[in-house]
Design a protein around this ligand. Sequence first.
Ligand code: FES
Ligand code: FE2
Length: 352
Amino acid sequence: MTWLRNGWYAAMWSQDLRPGTPTPRTLLGEDMVLIRAPDGSVSALQDRCPHRFAPLHLGSVCGDGRLLRCNYHGLEFDMQGRCVRNPHGDGRRPAGLQVRRYAAVEKHTVIWVWPGEQEPDLSAIPDYSLLDRADPGVTSMRDHLEMNVDYRLVVDNLLDLSHVSFLHDGILGNAQTVDAQIDLQEAGQSLTVSRYMPDVPPPGLFDMLFRRDGEPVDLWASMRWTAPCNLLNDAGVKAVGDAREQGTGIYGIHLLTPQTERSTLYHFVAIRQNPLPFPEAEKEAIGRKLGELRRYAFAEQDEPMIRGQQRAIDRASAPLSPTLLSIDAGPVRYRRILDRLIAQEGPPPAPG
Ligand code: FES
Ligand SMILES: [Fe+2]
């Protein structure tokens, strides 16, 4: 099994779920429909009507926003998934008219879903409180894209940022950032992989945020992974020899939604940290450029490479094992933690 069932997954950005619009999502191969009630609360139900299996996201919100009506034959369900109205015959509701409900919580401007059968652990939602505090003036667009790959290849990518020197040359890294000091810190269900690259030419995105003179900088990137696939990158630049507090950079948030074995939604946003006081007019341009550069890097550079990697893996006549290098320490370590957690929760229940 490649998935941890009992864990919190980012289903979508809060901003993307509007009251009155049942919105489909697929998570760990299960089709769900997410609904926002008029009071703002969020529910996640299986996206399958128990009558004849029509998708409920094609239904309508009714009952003052508290009910979901299947638009095939009109059964109505509450947010617990109970059928509360059968418009046919004598109106009886057989016991089988129950839709599975998933635990769903809105926190840190993200809608989190717990697909497993165990009691959801609210304290296990990763800390992204910096999203709550984020000044919109220094925050890029909350964005997402779809990658038709195993989500673990995306985590591998994010926990081995040596690739920025090659794949994102000029934007996020360059030839001089290859030689990094790497440090790993494991804590519970988290792993932080830090890279420190002293006295290097500034990659384009960081030069834009800092002095804009191309002069050497110290560059850092600390990527925290929290099971199952929620990541936070603390990355920045400073003058050579200075303290980090005197530098500037970004917090890059990367939240992965495994939809199927070969498809992943990749949610991302960046918040500038310790932003330098550029003129107001420039602030907006920086925010826009930051979002555009990152989208370009992920969609036009990472995505084709990881998709190609997935294809090569899938076409091999026998299972492949990578030939490991020093840069693989992070990916190897997190997979060990994830595999242990998956083994601990046992086999998944029979499909329902
Ligand atoms: S399939 Fe939903 S009411 Fe018939
Ligand atoms: Fe990348």
